[in-house]
Design a protein around this ligand. Structure first.
Ligand code: HQG
Length: 180
């Protein structure tokens, strides 16, 4: 419980509102772990949180959302802040998947997949992961298959999030099929 609550708070800080925590974030989304700890300590709830708690939070999480390297921490994906988080382009696998709500389909057919309130479109490496993502929006989500490599070969950019999540910009519907 503590870990998932902490994970939500850290995600909020690193993805959506670093200024509320007075964090200095670089263009790749990294902030000093000590800065984050100082900010958390100002909240009674997190006053005893230490680096080891952040490490445990990351290790026990159901999804790989954050990483700590050389005294810095960042979110792998999910950003909505105005400053664009820079990601390295990377060739995607042949196919990727996206789980979404039935009510969004018509708009997606007309405009392709759009980042909406986030900086990137989020894609999953398999149908099961996409299904779980889609379930957040609809109890009977639809699964879209993205011909990612074909899109990449036609200059659609892809970026790696974590082992299960890929990121992209706008994906035209010509590269998308409805799986179920
Ligand atoms: C939809 C979670 C209308 C899109 C998950 C999605 C993921 C459109 C919604 C990560 C559209 C945005 C991101 C269009 C896309 N018209 N709707 N043209 N194009 N959409 O939550 O991908 O647990 O911002 O299909 O696991 O659902 O937070 O994105 O349904 O990895 O770590 O607009 O967040 O991870 O919804 O989820 P979201 P998402 P965490």
């Amino acid at each position: 419980m503590k870990n998932s609550e902490l994970s939500k708070e850290v995600s909020y800080a690193l993805r959506h509102a670093p200024w509320k925590y007075e964090l200095e974030m670089d263009k790749n989304g990294w902030v000093e772990v000590n800065q984050l700890l100082d900010a958390l300590h100002r909240d009674e709830k997190w006053k005893d949180i230490q680096l080891s708690d952040l490490i445990e939070m990351i290790e026990t999480s159901d999804k790989k959302r954050h990483e700590i390297v050389d005294g810095k921490i960042r979110a792998y994906y999910g950003h909505s802040i105005p400053m664009h988080i820079k990601k390295e382009k990377q060739q995607p696998p042949n196919e990727l998947f996206h789980g979404t709500a039935r009510r969004f389909l018509e708009n997606i057919e007309n405009n392709g997949l759009l980042p909406m309130s986030r900086q990137y479109v989020h894609l999953s490496i398999d149908i099961e992961t996409a299904f779980q993502v889609g379930k957040r929006h609809d109890n009977k989500p639809i699964i879209l298959k993205i011909n990612a490599l074909e899109a990449w070969n036609n200059n659609v950019a892809f970026y790696r999030g974590n082992e299960k999540v890929w990121l992209s910009d706008n994906i035209p519907f010509e590269y998308i099929q409805i799986v179920k």
